[in-house]
Design a protein around this ligand. Structure first.
Ligand SMILES: Cc1cc2nc3c(=O)[nH]c(=O)nc-3n(C[C@H](O)[C@H](O)[C@H](O)COP(=O)(O)OP(=O)(O)OC[C@H]3O[C@@H](n4cnc5c(N)ncnc54)[C@H](O)[C@@H]3O)c2cc1C
Length: 472
């Protein structure tokens, strides 16, 4: 059904949560509804600054090329605008120095662009774009406390919204849960007599810690960003350094198996010093810190299987982190959110019926299919850690680890392999592309030669072109 055509002139949708999923969903819902209300617990700052509802936003966030392209599609001119305000467009193969566990990734001009900026700067820019649509209203400082149901108990008709001391009903034709990984929607459904979705949590006890630095003066480096990839369990520590708005760097460290990067100055620097290259350590020595160190550990993969329920009330759908939140190591969350918003758009457009009866489960099943390869990528990676909980490494998972190690090793010598892998990472190409005969044959050769992981454990001398010089 195209709700715009079939519902009353005053059709209304509610989006719970005004973070990336909520914002992008609101943008597509105006294709179908006359009015969209985003209900957000936080007061939304008119500056690009931290807000408590998105606690992970102080950590480094990578927006993948697919996500960047969707933002550009939804908000034409977005890249130009955000770059003019201080974001950095980085070519992932050219501008990012990438230390794999097997050596440096080959660098070349690929034109797979990553918009590098802080997470709250990105969200603020999207929010500003939404202000241009009069159909979208933000109801800030308001928290959804539950769902409203029709008399028959089969259709969600709105939400119970608390603002200050007051709780009021807000009625809508569609309610979308975009309230993130701590969503209460399963409990709200239970209160209405429905079974909650089954939940799966896979965790490898990964922690992040991040700090902002000023660009050092007189920096002479041939990279704009920098990434040290992990190889658990041999090398569970990694990190990345990315330029963000305001001519600053955001340095993010990651450690798994409970080897959490620390929050105190000395230990933070020591963690960087133990990475398998001194480049990041040297760079930090020359830069002034401009923020405290922020630690974050809520990195579990968390799946809520709405698609498996036999009954789900109509007039309600869930998407983004509230359905499927990933271990952030692959930087998939925001792009998955963008993809799920587009899927909702397509599914609503293709729905030819006069009402939304049956739509909720239909959509959740489609979403589950779309999320499945991303979930598999993230959880397969987590199975490398010794302390992983929620999943065990099956023979096929172990096979994938071995295969991927060889593919990653090949990115240090083959442009074709690195290009293919980056396309897969950026969700431009399905993962099956990594089994292209040209890659398969080279992987087999590596298997016959052996020793790939031994190389990862050995120390890696720094190629001269990556050396950081400071002529200040
Ligand atoms: C450490 C870390 C690093 C990450 N790195 C990356 C990365 O590099 N790249 C990437 O793409 N993704 C990354 N992610 C994932 C990314 O942060 C999320 O996927 C992204 O924020 C989209 O999430 P969301 O909008 O679904 O939920 P959230 O961002 O969690 O937002 C939920 C919103 O709902 C609001 N809310 C919650 N409950 C209610 C309620 N009852 N009523 C009203 N409002 C409510 C909250 O205040 C908040 O604004 C990372 C995540 C973590 C934890």
């Amino acid at each position: 059904m195209n709700a715009q055509n079939n519902l009353s002139h005053n059709s209304h949708a509610i989006v719970i949560g005004g973070s990336m999923t909520g914002l992008l969903t609101a943008r597509i819902l105006i294709n179908h509804y006359n009015r969209v209300t985003i209900i957000e617990r936080d007061r939304l700052p008119d500056q690009p600054i931290y807000r408590p509802g998105v606690p992970q936003s102080r950590q480094g966030h990578v927006l993948l090329e697919r996500g960047r392209a969707i933002l550009e599609e939804l908000f034409p001119g977005f890249q130009e605008e955000i770059v003019a305000r201080g974001a950095h467009p980085l070519d992932m193969a050219e501008d990012l120095a990438w230390l794999t566990p097997f050596g440096w990734g080959i660098r070349f001009d690929l034109n797979v662009i990553m918009l590098s900026c802080s997470r709250f700067f990105l969200e603020w820019n999207v929010r500003r774009r939404l202000n241009a649509f009069p159909q979208i209203k933000f109801q800030q400082g308001s928290e959804v406390k539950g769902l409203l149901m029709d008399a028959e108990g089969v259709l969600v008709t709105g939400a119970r919204v608390r603002t200050g001391e007051e709780e009021k009903p807000l009625f809508a034709d569609l309610v979308v849960d975009a309230s993130g990984r701590n969503s209460k929607a399963p409990q709200w459904l239970e209160q209405l007599g429905y079974l909650p979705p089954q939940e799966t949590i896979v965790t490898a006890h990964i922690g992040y810690a991040s700090r902002v630095y000023e660009f050092p003066e007189g920096l002479d480096a041939d990279w704009k960003g920098f990434l040290v990839q992990t190889l658990p369990p041999y090398q569970p520590r990694g990190g990345f350094l990315l330029p963000i708005e305001g001519n600053r760097w955001l340095v993010t460290l990651g450690g798994g198996d409970g080897d959490y990067p620390p929050g105190d100055e000395e230990a933070f620097l020591e963690f960087i010093r133990t990475l398998p290259t001194p480049v990041m350590y040297d760079a930090i020595q020359k830069a002034k810190a401009r923020s405290p160190i922020y630690c974050y550990r809520g990195t579990q993969n968390h799946l809520r299987q709405y698609d498996r329920l036999s009954q789900l009330p109509d007039g309600f759908v869930a998407l983004g982190d509230s359905v499927c939140a990933f271990n952030p190591i692959y930087g998939q969350g925001m792009t998955a959110a963008a993809l799920s918003a587009l899927l909702l758009d397509r599914t609503l457009k293709a729905w030819q019926k006069d009402s939304l009866w049956g739509f909720s489960l239909h959509f959740q099943k489609k979403l589950a299919k779309e999320n499945a390869p991303l979930w598999e990528m993230a959880t397969t990676e987590d199975c490398r850690y010794q302390t992983v909980v929620g999943m065990s490494p099956t023979p096929s998972v172990r096979f994938m680890h071995g295969y991927m190690d060889r593919v990653v090793a090949l990115t240090t010598e083959s442009v074709f392999v690195r290009q293919t892998l980056l396309n897969v990472f950026n969700l431009l190409t399905p993962a099956i592309a990594l089994f292209h005969p040209k890659i398969l044959l080279r992987v087999l050769k590596k298997v016959l030669l052996g020793g790939v992981r031994d190389r990862a454990k050995a120390s890696k001398p720094l190629p001269s072109q990556f050396k950081l010089q400071n002529h200040a």
